[in-house]
Design a protein around this ligand. Structure first.
Ligand code: 7RM
Length: 652
């Protein structure tokens, strides 16, 4: 086996879509030159730039200094005070926005609700007072385990209001994952619901919470929102109904004036190994990052209806369902359920019904819609849409084209936003009125983001060479630590390449400076001495008309080092034949070269994914090698997928 060298990049994509004049004229950032000038300033004079931009946030007291940087520890807006809940609510109450919809919500069964800024403010104050009644004060952690209902956002903002860092646990997680997070965070209070609706069934939140609470000695109180009205057990002295408790407190609650560096939340992300990392974000810098990116990347205007499909249990739900949108005084549409309930056109129905202008979703959803066929979106009037967004994984160029044409009617820019739980806000992304779009590329860095591609020695590589994506300057919304494990923070992000932040993604930068993410470094394929990112092989497969989704992994091979195994889901109605396997192998070889010709093609009904829709390639690696699936599977969306894949493997 040859020694691994740097990642190679093999897929070429030449299509370019400049913004339309009409879009640019009305946009916040109107041209590439305007972007470039601001970007240059943000890199040359970051403290001047961020001091100006931080005016987008309300501060009770301004900072003495913009940045304290002690690699890898950053402090932003030193000695300033602010409050996220105040920024998302109170500051909109003195003008016409007070009667504007802050949240528009649709439940899966078809019920709906709208909360104006004034109404949302009142709900948040009441819940904050209930938390205070339970003895929660500044710095205490609160667990939120909720379905996608307005009370989930109310709970987050109530915690933020009193300076209690929240830790949202995704409602699809089970009792074990919940228990681990309650214990690691040391939360005294949990806010949950009886259940939620998903695919016509009830998600058993309260029963899971009960099981978890058997092993959480520090947990004292559980506040329960009634959603499904199913029978649940309520433990005397520990569990209380929100509809009862709200009657016992005042509806007035001043927002705490918090230090800019006060922790706003902890959000657990599970790496591929080890226990989940509690990513900790602060108040001031995070608000500046999410407020600005929401405004510029989504080109958000007061009259927009904005629909982000992410669950609040994911960072996207924090930054771009709640904080960034409300901080800008925008209207955030929340949907409780599954995209295919009752039919695979539920989102298109919602978009037509509420005349949604901006849709932000993930490639996994786009590929699912492609698989289900064009007829579903075509039944609906999607002409209100003016901007589309993508996040979570690289979007395959053919999926991008489908999204652009079938959903966007060839009229809407797509912002392909690269960022992470750790970064808090968008890092590499087009600005829709400025950036010419290339399908599959996140394009250029956001203001203040000094991104680069380096080799294994930490040296910047030339244009179009693959390597590791790093960030060389601190940015306001960056994570500050891993909760209770600062060493792990230092080791995970700041040690492999000295002096810079290591994102863990492989990427290349093209001759125009555009970034192309080729996959996680841990997933890199090593075929006959070539190191290939997963996304390029997968994109080549998705460009074949029969393929809906693909995942590429390596299997140990005595001759080649690794053999290339690909798992494929086909579009609805396409028969899985041997002839098609051969055709797909040849197709990949034609698209990116014979070294990437798959050794083994496996058709699958579904691929193992995280709850946020990322393909879990490490699971497929085990299956391809014929091994027992190892490691943490608690974040997996559908465990049956693994059973089915394992049962059908070895049919070659
Ligand atoms: C927001 C979020 C982070 C990882 C990241 C990448 C991948 C996210 C994109 C993307 C290519 C994108 N947070 N990723 N967005 N890859 N293009 N636009 O996803 O912490 O859950 O995941 O997701 O690998 O490192 S996350």
């Amino acid at each position: 086996m040859t020694t691994p060298h740097n990642i190679e990049s093999v897929l070429k994509e030449n299509r370019v879509f400049p913004p339309s004049e009409a879009f640019s004229q009305q946009a916040h950032i109107k041209s590439l030159d305007e972007y470039k000038a601001l970007y240059k300033k943000s890199i040359d004079e970051p403290e001047v730039f961020w001091a100006e931009q931080a005016e987008a946030v309300h501060w009770f007291k301004k900072w003495d200094k913009v940045l304290d940087w002690n690699l890898p520890d950053a402090k932003w807006f030193i000695n300033a005070t602010t409050n996220a809940s105040y920024n998302c609510l109170d500051r909109h109450l003195t003008g016409p926005r007070r009667n504007k919809a802050a949240l528009i919500w649709e439940g899966e069964p078809g019920d709906s609700a709208t909360l104006t800024y004034q109404q949302l403010h009142r709900e948040v104050c009441i819940m904050a007072n209930v938390l205070k009644k339970y003895g929660i004060t500044k710095g205490d952690r609160v667990i939120i385990y909720m379905p996608m209902i307005p009370e989930a956002a109310v709970a987050m903002l109530a915690c933020a209001r009193i300076g209690a860092p929240h830790s949202v646990v995704f409602g699809g997680f089970g009792a074990e994952a919940l228990k681990e997070r309650i214990n690691d965070s040391g939360a005294k209070v949990m806010i949950t619901a009886d259940g939620g609706f998903r695919r016509g069934k009830i998600v058993q939140l309260k029963p899971n919470a009960d099981t978890a609470a058997e092993g959480t000695p520090a947990l004292e109180k559980v506040l329960v929102v009634q959603r499904t009205k199913q029978d649940v057990s309520m433990k005397e002295g520990r569990d209380f109904w929100w509809h009862d408790e709200r009657k016992t407190v005042s509806d007035k609650c001043e927002a705490e004036q918090l230090d800019s560096e006060h922790p706003l939340y902890i959000l657990y992300t599970s790496g591929s190994t080890g226990k989940p990392k509690g990513i900790q974000h602060t108040t001031g810098g995070y608000l500046v990052g999410t407020t600005l990116t929401t405004k510029y990347v989504f080109d958000l205007k007061d009259e927009d209806i904005y629909f982000c499909t992410a669950d609040i249990g994911w960072v996207t739900g924090h930054s771009y369902v709640v904080y960034g949108v409300l901080s800008n005084g925008g209207t955030s549409l929340m949907y409780e359920g599954a995209p295919d309930t009752p039919n695979p056109d539920r989102w298109w129905d919602i978009i037509a019904k509420y005349k949604v202008n901006i849709l932000y979703t993930a490639p996994t959803a786009v590929r699912a819609f492609i698989k289900w066929g064009d007829d579903w979106p075509k039944k609906h009037d999607l002409s209100s849409l003016r901007l589309l967004g993508s996040v979570g994984e690289p979007i395959n160029p053919e999926a991008w084209m489908w999204y652009y044409n079938v959903i966007g009617g060839g009229r809407c820019p797509i912002v392909d936003t690269w960022w992470q739980t750790e970064t808090g806000a968008h890092m590499i992304t087009p600005l829709p009125g400025a950036t010419p779009l290339k399908p599959g590329s996140g394009s250029l860095p956001f203001f203040g983001v000094d991104a680069a591609i380096v080799d294994d020695d930490g040296k910047e590589v030339p244009a179009n060479a693959g390597g590791k994506l790093v960030i060389r300057k601190p940015w306001p919304s960056m994570l500050r630590t891993i909760y209770k494990d600062h060493d792990r923070f230092v080791n995970t992000y700041w040690s492999e390449v000295p002096g810079v932040y290591l994102a863990g993604d492989g990427a290349r930068r093209d001759e125009d400076g555009y970034f192309w993410i080729v996959g996680r470094i841990d997933d890199v394929l090593n075929v006959a001495g070539h190191r290939l990112g997963t996304s390029e092989v997968e994109s080549a497969l998705v460009s074949h008309p029969a393929v809906a989704e693909a995942a590429a992994v390596g299997r140990p091979d005595e001759l080649k080092g690794q053999a290339l195994v690909v798992f494929i889901t086909l579009k609805v109605g396409v028969p899985p034949t041997d002839a098609l396997k051969k055709e797909l192998r040849d197709h990949v070889a034609r698209e990116i070269g014979p070294i990437a010709r798959p050794d083994d093609i496996r058709f699958a009904e579904g691929l193992p994914k995280t709850r946020s829709g990322k393909i879990m390639r490490r699971i497929l690696k085990d299956i391809a090698a014929g091994a027992q699936v190892k490691g943490d599977v608690t974040t997996m969306e559908d465990l049956n997928v693994v059973a089915k894949l394992s049962a059908s493997s070895g049919d070659e």
